[in-house]
Design a protein around this ligand. Structure first.
Ligand code: ATP
Ligand code: MG
Length: 250
C-alpha cells in the first residue's frame, strides 16, 4: 500500500455517452478510518465505488485500492474489499448458515473451521437466533445484517458500504451503525460509508467527502469542513448544516 492510503484516485472519470457521471475525481481514504461518502442522488457515489472495485472501467484517470489498480489487479482487489451494494441480493430458500457457506464457496474461502467462523459472524451481526430461518422470511434489517456477515466472511481489509441503513427502523439502523463502528475500531477495518443519513455518518466517520455532480467539492474532517465554511469548529454545526452549505453553493 502507498503511504497509508487505502484509496487514492487521480482524475477518475466515468462517462456514459454524453453524460459525465464521475468528473475528474481525486480523493484519498486513509488506512484505518471511516470515510463518510456523501452526496445527493445521482452525484456519482455508486459509480465511483464500482470503479474502485474493478466492476466498472474508468473512462479516464486512475485509482489505487490498497496500492493496486482495480482493473489490472481485479482478483486481488476483490479479495481485499468487502462490498455491500445498494441492493443486496439473496437466495430466499437458504437459511443464514447456508447463505454464508454458499458465499464462502464463491469466494474460495477454505472450508477448514468454516462452521465456527459462520457461527462467530452470525453472533457478531446479531443473527444467531435466526440462523436457521429462511432468508426469504427475513426482515429488511435482518437481510442487511446478513449482507454484512457475507462481506466479512473473506476477512476484508476494507469495506464499501453503499447505504447500509436504508430502510431500517431507527433501532436497527443504530445497531448496524454501532456494528460498523466496532468493525473499524476493534477489527481495524477501513470503511467507506455512503449514506444520506448525515446524523449516522457524523456519529462514526473520521473524515467525509461531499460529492456533487461527479466532483468532490469537500474532503476532510468535519472540524475542517466547518472551519472552511463557517470559520468555526464542528462543535457549532451539525454535518447536515455543513453539507447543506456546500450543496447550496454548487
Ligand atoms: N450503467 C449506467 N448507464 C448510464 N448511466 C448511468 C449508469 N449508472 C449510473 N448512471 C448515471 O450516473 C449518474 C451517477 O449515478 P450514481 O448511481 O453513481 O449516483 P449516486 O451518487 O450513487 O446516487 P444515489 O444517492 O441516488 O444512489 C446518474 O446520473 C446515473 O443516472
Ligand atoms: Mg448510489
Amino acid at each position: 500500500m502507498d503511504n497509508g492510503k487505502i484509496i487514492e484516485t487521480v482524475g477518475l472519470t466515468k462517462r456514459y455517452g454524453p453524460q459525465t457521471a464521475v468528473d475528474h475525481l481525486s480523493f484519498q481514504v486513509e488506512d484505518g478510518e471511516i470515510f463518510g461518502f456523501l452526496g445527493p442522488n445521482g452525484a456519482g457515489k455508486s459509480t465511483t465505488l464500482l470503479m474502485l472495485l474493478g466492476l466498472s472501467r474508468p473512462t479516464e484517470g486512475s485509482a489505487r485500492v490498497c496500492g493496486l489498480d482495480p482493473i489490472r489487479k481485479a482478483r486481488e482487489v476483490k479479495r481485499l474489499v468487502g462490498y455491500l451494494p445498494e441492493n443486496v441480493g439473496f437466495y430466499g430458500d437458504m437459511d443464514a448458515v447456508q447463505s454464508l457457506e454458499y458465499v464462502a464457496g464463491l469466494s474460495g474461502i477454505s472450508t477448514a473451521n468454516l462452521g465456527d467462523k459462520i457461527e462467530r459472524l452470525l453472533d457478531l451481526v446479531g443473527l444467531k437466533a435466526e440462523a436457521r430461518k429462511k432468508v426469504g422470511a427475513y426482515s429488511r434489517g435482518m437481510r442487511q445484517r446478513l449482507g454484512v456477515a457475507e462481506v466479512l466472511i473473506k476477512d476484508p481489509k476494507v469495506l464499501f458500504l453503499d447505504e447500509p441503513t436504508l430502510g431500517l427502523d431507527p433501532d436497527g439502523a443504530l445497531r448496524l451503525i454501532e456494528l460498523i463502528h466496532s468493525l473499524n475500531r476493534d477489527h481495524n477495518i477501513t470503511v467507506v460509508l455512503s449514506s444520506h443519513n448525515l446524523y449516522q455518518v457524523q456519529k462514526i466517520s473520521h473524515r467525509v467527502g461531499i460529492m456533487i455532480k461527479g466532483k468532490m467539492v469537500a474532503e476532510g474532517s468535519m472540524e475542517k469542513l466547518a472551519q472552511d465554511k463557517f470559520g468555526v469548529g464542528d462543535k457549532e454545526y451539525s454535518l447536515e448544516e455543513i453539507y447543506m452549505k456546500y450543496f447550496q453553493e454548487v
